[in-house]
Design a protein around this ligand. Structure first.
Ligand code: ZN
Length: 367
């Protein structure tokens, strides 16, 4: 019979977290931080009871089922953990998982592995190896820790209830996690592979969402004889080219306007006024270059581009790969993130009579 209990510690004081609200109540991906852990524990159906330990029970507005107990924690993390262990003692639990609410990104798979591993072990703790080298200071002496032998412990940490309860009752010092109790008492812990994304949210910067913006661009040029046709920076064999101050590349011009729009930096005409002689007959990749530079300098990156090329001829399908490769080079953007669609207009109007080509582009960028 499943006799597992899940303790979520959400009573931290967030000393390192620069915000008026304790971080466990901060909204992270549309939920309070602690709710991510709570919802996953519920969804896993692994637990008889889930105990949420908070500073102030009034801060939990939502009504939960009776399988979820909300209790008040203590001064330090280890006090809260002990209060929760004492609270569940009356249910005679077999297994208990103790978890910090500040780690919202563990998977249900990890919960399953931890519970399974308690069939043969008294303690099971997820660990990852550090990507950074670690130095250790004792008094004034510095030591290099061998990265291969250095573990970073995560939560949830899983224990046989009786063992962790007995150790916690005897514990006098303030501890950072329950694994510490096993280590201090020379007891064996089964380490299992932790999850890279299961990191602790400590600083406010950790949860500031990247800002994403969208931009739209449109352009149309008239087709004239005796001019070369350029689309997306590619020379296309055709009976006419696009009239304009520059090479008339409607794709690149639309992309420039879409990017400028997303960056909220006006439009192509502001950067390349067509009364300026120095831009006469300029090739459009040269116009795109400074815009990409601004994008990079401002720490933006492009998420994707979607392009509609509107013309009867030439057929887009024939040149799609070439154009996408060219854009990928000019923008330093993966080909997978660029989409190009050809659109005809049922022979209507100037475009339908092959007297003009138009283009529209939408882009998404993030900072
Ligand atoms: Zn143009």
């Amino acid at each position: 019979m499943m006799n597992n209990y899940f303790i979520i510690l959400a009573s931290g004081q967030s000393k390192r977290f620069n915000s008026n609200k304790p971080k466990q109540y901060i909204t992270y991906r549309n939920k309070a931080l602690f709710e991510h852990s709570l919802d996953k524990a519920i969804e896993s159906k692994l637990f008889k009871k889930i105990i949420l330990v908070v500073n102030n029970k009034k801060q939990i507005k939502k009504k939960y089922s009776k399988d979820i107990a909300i209790i008040k924690g203590g001064k330090e993390r280890s006090d809260s953990s002990l209060i929760a262990l004492k609270y569940i003692k009356k249910f005679s639990p077999n297994n208990v998982l103790i978890h910090d609410a500040a780690r919202p990104n563990f998977t249900i798979g990890l919960l399953n592995k931890l519970i399974n591993s308690l069939k043969k072990n008294k303690a099971s703790v997820p660990v990852i190896f550090s990507k950074d080298s670690i130095k250790y200071k004792v008094k004034n002496q510095l030591f290099n820790l061998n990265r291969k032998n250095s573990y970073l412990t995560q939560t949830p940490q899983a224990f046989k209830f009786k063992d962790i309860y007995d150790l916690s009752i005897k514990q006098k010092n303030i501890i950072q996690d329950e694994a510490t109790l096993f280590i201090d008492n020379n007891l064996k812990i089964n380490f299992i592979k932790g999850e890279a994304l299961n990191n602790k949210i400590t600083f406010k910067e950790d949860i500031i969402n990247t800002k994403t913006y969208f931009g739209i661009g449109f352009d149309i040029h008239r087709l004239i004889k005796d001019k070369k046709l350029y689309l997306g920076g590619v020379k296309i064999p055709f009976h006419s080219g696009l009239k304009g101050h520059s090479d008339g590349d409607v794709i690149l011009h639309s992309i420039i306007d879409a990017l400028l729009g997303a960056m909220r930096k006006k439009d192509i005409g502001t950067f390349f006024p067509d009364n300026k002689n120095k831009f006469k007959d300029i090739r459009s990749p040269k116009m795109l270059k400074p815009i990409v530079d601004i994008l990079n300098r401002s720490n933006f990156y492009i998420n994707n581009l979607d392009i509609n090329l509107i013309c009867e001829q030439p057929k887009v399908s024939k040149y799609r790969n070439k154009i996408i490769s060219s854009l990928s080079n000019l923008l330093n953007l993966d080909k997978d993130l660029i989409n190009l669609k050809g659109k005809t207009v049922e022979k209507l109007g100037l475009i339908g009579k092959e007297k003009a080509i138009a283009c529209e582009v939408i882009c998404s960028i993030s900072q």
